[in-house]
Write a protein that binds this ligand. Sequence first.
Ligand code: HEM
Length: 182
Amino acid sequence: MGSSSERAQLPIPAETTDLCYGPPLHDACAPLRALVGVWRGGGEVDYPSIEGPYRFGQQVAISHDGRPFLRHEARAWLLDAEGDVLRPAAWETGWWRPQPDGRLELLISHCTGILELFYGAAYPQRWDLSTDTVVRAATAKDVEAAARSYALDDDGTLHYAESRAMVGLPMTPHVTARLHRS
Ligand code: HEM
């Protein structure tokens, strides 16, 4: 006979990307409400040290389970001129953690061995963040800092842009994308 905890039907409650289902969004996440969902689209990647620009497709899923944080997952694929997938690219998971003092905290873990802690602020339809700390695994590339923004247009387009200081270069744009709620 298992204990009652072993018999529990998990998960309780499930996380959701759809605000019409599941637990109510925690009040602390109200400044992030417009980000909750699954976003798909594409953009361009470039950097002075690479032979860009390249096109990529991206999917971003932002979900919650009623607690005062959001879960974040973003995947990207490099595309050819016809829009077909060439190969997988960036993949990151993390947590949006709005703070009681109004600061926005974002923790991100990258598949390339990089951990980042961002701080920033939420504005109506815009979220701006900059790295406070970047931790690199022994095998990770030389990434020093980043600044990212998400901005929601009145037409529902989510504009994502990120600048990075890496491989010895100062803060320079790396990716921009335009995403739509799927
Ligand atoms: C949508 C997101 C992203 C896409 C599509 C993307 C794509 C690319 C591509 C195509 C390259 C050229 C080298 C290669 O072919 O792999 C590159 C280089 C690089 N990316 Fe990204 N990237 C993204 C986000 C990031 C993030 C989040 C980081 C850091 C955490 C990062 C760090 C770098 C570094 C360090 C290089 C190497 C630069 C060099 O060695 O000259 N990228 N990226």
